[in-house]
Design a protein around this ligand. Structure first.
Ligand SMILES: C[S@@+](CC[C@H](N)C(=O)[O-])C[C@H]1O[C@@H](n2cnc3c(N)ncnc32)[C@H](O)[C@@H]1O
Length: 342
C-alpha cells in the first residue's frame, strides 16, 4: 500500500479529505480525480494489483484544506480548473508547473501550497524545460524562501540537492529502488550519468559487497555526489568520478562492469557503445533509458536499443524487462529496457 500511496501522492491523485478504508481484505484509497490512462498504466506497472472502482469513503475529521478551497475566493472557477495536478516534493521544496493562464495568480498559488503542506518552506515554479548537457531547468520562487538547495530523503538515504545546479527528480524514486534491488552481491556497477547519486548510493546502501563507479560531467553534480557519498557513509563502495563518460570509460572503466545504468533518456542511444565497452568481456546487464512517443513506446525503445547494439561487438541475450517509468508529456514516456548482453 505504501508504494501505491507514494505514487498517488506524487501525481496529486490522493484525496486527502477522505479516509482510506479496508473491506474484505481490500484496501480502498480515495482519489481526487480519475487518473489519465497513462497514469493508470504507469501505476499498474509498479503496483499490478491496483484496480479502479467506485466506492464510498468517510470524511477525515483532521482534513487539510485543498488548494482549490483555499483559492476559491481569489480565482474564477475556470482558472481553478487548471490548478497544478502534480506537485513534486523535494526535501522542503515543492515544485509546480504554472500554466500561462495561472501566471497572474502564481504568488497566491505559492502561498496556498505553503498553507496546505506544513513541511514545505519553498515553492518553486518551473520556468524552463529541462535542457542542456547537464539536464537543468530554471526555477522561479513563488512562495517562502527563495532557494533551490535542500536535503531530500529517499529510501533511507539522504541527499544534498541543488535543483538549479544538478539534476534531481523525486519522480524517479521507484526506479532508483527497482534498479538498486536488482543488483546482486559482489557486482561492479557503472552509473554512467549519476547526477547527485540516487542510483549509486542506494545500491551501495542496500548491498554489503558492491563497487559502484558513479560518473557525471557536471562539476556541481560531482560536488553534491561526493557530499552524498559521505552523508550516507558509502565511501569505499561508491567511487565518484567527474568527467565525460566516453573518456572515463576509455581511460579507467573499460571491461569492469557487471551492470551499467544509462539514465540519460534523451541521449542514451548515443552511448550504447560506451556502455558495451564498460561491461566485462563475458557481458552483463544494461539498464537503458529513453524518451519515446506513443504508440508502442516499449517496442520502440526495445527496437532502437537492439539496433544500436548491432553497431557494437556485443549481442543481446534477452530483454529481461521493458517498462514505462513515467509519462513526461501527453503521449510521451520515459521507458527503461533491462537488457542482458554478452
Ligand atoms: C537525467 S540526469 C540523471 C541523474 C541521476 N541518474 C538521477 O537519477 O537523478 C543525467 C546526468 O547525466 C550527466 N551527463 C550528461 N552527459 C554526460 C556525459 N557525456 N558523461 C557524463 N555525464 C553526463 C548530466 O550532467 C546529468 O547530471
Amino acid at each position: 500500500m505504501e508504494k501505491a500511496l507514494t505514487l498517488l501522492k506524487q501525481r496529486s491523485l490522493l484525496n486527502a479529505e477522505l479516509k482510506i478504508r479496508s473491506d474484505n481484505g481490500y484496501i480502498h484509497i480515495p482519489l481526487s480525480r480519475e487518473p489519465f490512462a497513462w497514469e493508470l498504466e504507469m501505476i499498474r506497472s509498479k503496483v499490478p494489483e491496483i484496480e479502479l472502482c467506485d466506492s464510498e469513503f468517510p470524511e477525515r475529521q483532521d482534513k487539510i484544506p485543498r488548494l482549490a478551497d483555499l483559492l476559491s475566493a481569489e480565482l474564477p472557477p475556470h482558472v481553478l480548473a487548471s490548478l497544478p495536478h502534480a506537485i513534486d516534493f523535494i526535501g522542503d521544496i515543492a515544485v509546480v508547473e504554472i500554466p500561462p493562464e495561472l501566471e497572474p495568480h502564481k504568488l497566491a498559488i505559492g502561498a496556498a501550497i505553503l498553507k496546505t503542506h506544513k513541511r514545505v518552506r519553498t515553492v518553486l515554479s518551473k520556468s524552463s524545460p529541462v535542457n542542456g548537457v547537464y539536464r537543468l531547468r530554471a526555477f522561479e520562487a513563488i512562495g517562502g524562501e527563495a532557494r533551490t538547495k535542500t536535503m531530500h530523503k529517499e529510501h533511507g538515504c539522504v541527499y544534498h540537492v541543488d535543483l538549479a545546479k544538478a539534476y534531481f527528480s523525486s519522480r524517479l524514486s521507484y526506479e532508483h529502488l527497482r534498479v538498486a534491488s536488482l543488483v546482486k552481491e559482489n557486482e561492479t556497477v557503472v552509473d554512467m550519468f549519476a547526477g547527485i547519486g540516487p542510483f549509486a548510493i542506494l545500491t551501495a546502501k542496500k548491498h554489503a559487497d558492491v563497487r559502484v563507479y558513479a560518473v557525471d560531467m557536471n562539476p556541481d553534480a560531482y560536488v553534491l555526489l561526493r557530499k552524498n557519498v559521505l552523508a550516507n557513509r558509502v565511501m569505499g563502495k561508491v567511487t565518484p568520478i567527474a568527467g565525460d563518460i566516453r573518456q572515463v570509460v576509455k581511460e579507467r572503466l573499460a571491461g569492469v562492469a557487471d551492470r551499467v545504468i544509462m539514465n540519460l533518456p534523451e541521449k542514451a542511444i548515443e552511448y550504447v557503445d560506451v556502455a558495451c565497452k564498460a561491461l566485462k568481456p563475458e557481458g552483463g546487464v544494461i539498464h537503458y533509458y529513453q524518451f519515446v512517443d506513443a504508440p508502442e513506446p516499449l517496442d520502440t525503445a526495445r527496437n532502437q536499443f537492439a539496433e544500436a547494439l548491432k553497431q557494437t561487438n556485443r549481442q543481446l541475450i534477452k530483454v529481461a524487462e521493458a517498462r514505462i517509468v513515467r509519462g513526461i508529456a501527453p503521449f510521451k514516456y520515459q521507458v527503461v529496457v533491462d537488457a542482458e548482453i554478452k
